[in-house]
Design a binder for this molecule. Structure first.
Ligand code: 13P
Length: 245
């Protein structure tokens, strides 16, 4: 694990105002001094409202900024309340999370997710495609089918797959404090990597400063997508540090 290239992606969800940027210098400074910083990629995905001020703050740092979703339309248009990929790029985003389960639960399907991914790639954004089974699907033992379908349809007719990272986030694990059993997680990640070759696969769901000690031992994971714990700079730094101890 120690020499592996790892992603630490912070998903702030619908949290944070301008004052939330005040502690970012801690992460910037930590990363500058951290011996393993050549092997780390940190991406902050704040709400749309903070992308611009955050990009300014992180300018000349080793940290990138991403968005949490985008509208599927490539062009400007009459879509009240929406923001498309080119607008995100314009204010400093380099990445965008697409297919998060919180948006799938609100009606986003694999087809829409596929269109969103294409429009994000078109303007040069890197994509973090979220996949994951619900607790009902887990109980029915159809996790593998669900994940395969999400990836297959999500990436339908997409050629430049090297700009896409997959984040496996079991829905039952998000915000619950429960993480998968290590052997289950290893096997699921292994399944994804074997079936869909050459993807980096991250894990997301209740990653925190305690369970990172267990998660870091699962050596086919390429990084973490972190919700709650990423809003606190100290906790976020702690998670990164512990990954490498
Ligand atoms: P939590 O880390 O808060 O469980 O959220 C995970 C997540 O949804 C990241 O995208």
């Amino acid at each position: 694990m120690t020499n592996k290239y790892m992603y630490f992606i912070a998903n702030w969800k619908m949290y944070g105002g301008l004052n939330s940027l005040n502690s970012l210098h801690k992460v910037i400074n930590f990363l500058r001094k951290f011996k393993k910083n050549n092997f780390i990629k940190i991406v902050y995905c704040p709400p749309h409202t903070l992308i611009r001020p955050m990009s300014k703050k992180l300018k000349n740092s080793l940290i990138n900024v991403g968005a949490q979703n985008c509208h599927e339309n490539d062009n400007y248009g009459p879509f009240t309340g929406s923001v498309n990929a080119k607008m995100l790029k314009n204010v400093g985003a380099k990445f965008v999370i697409i297919g998060h389960s919180e948006n799938r639960l609100r009606g986003e399907n694999n087809k829409l997710i596929n269109i969103k991914i294409k429009s994000a790639l078109k303007v040069g954004l890197k994509v973090i495609l979220c996949i994951g089974e619900t607790s009902v699907e887990k109980r029915k033992k159809i996790t593998k089918q669900i994940l395969s379908k999400q990836i297959k349809l999500g990436l339908d007719k997409i050629k430049n797959k090297n700009k896409i990272i997959i984040a496996y986030e079991p829905v039952w694990s998000i915000g619950t404090g429960i993480i998968p059993k290590p052997e289950d997680l290893f096997n699921t990640i292994n399944f994804i990597k074997k079936k869909f070759k050459n993807f980096k696969v991250l894990y997301g769901g209740s990653v925190n400063t305690k369970n990172i000690n267990e998660l870091k031992l699962i050596d086919n994971i390429d990084g973490f997508l972190i919700g709650g714990a990423s809003q606190d700079s100290k906790k976020f730094i702690d998670i990164i540090k512990k990954t490498y101890i």
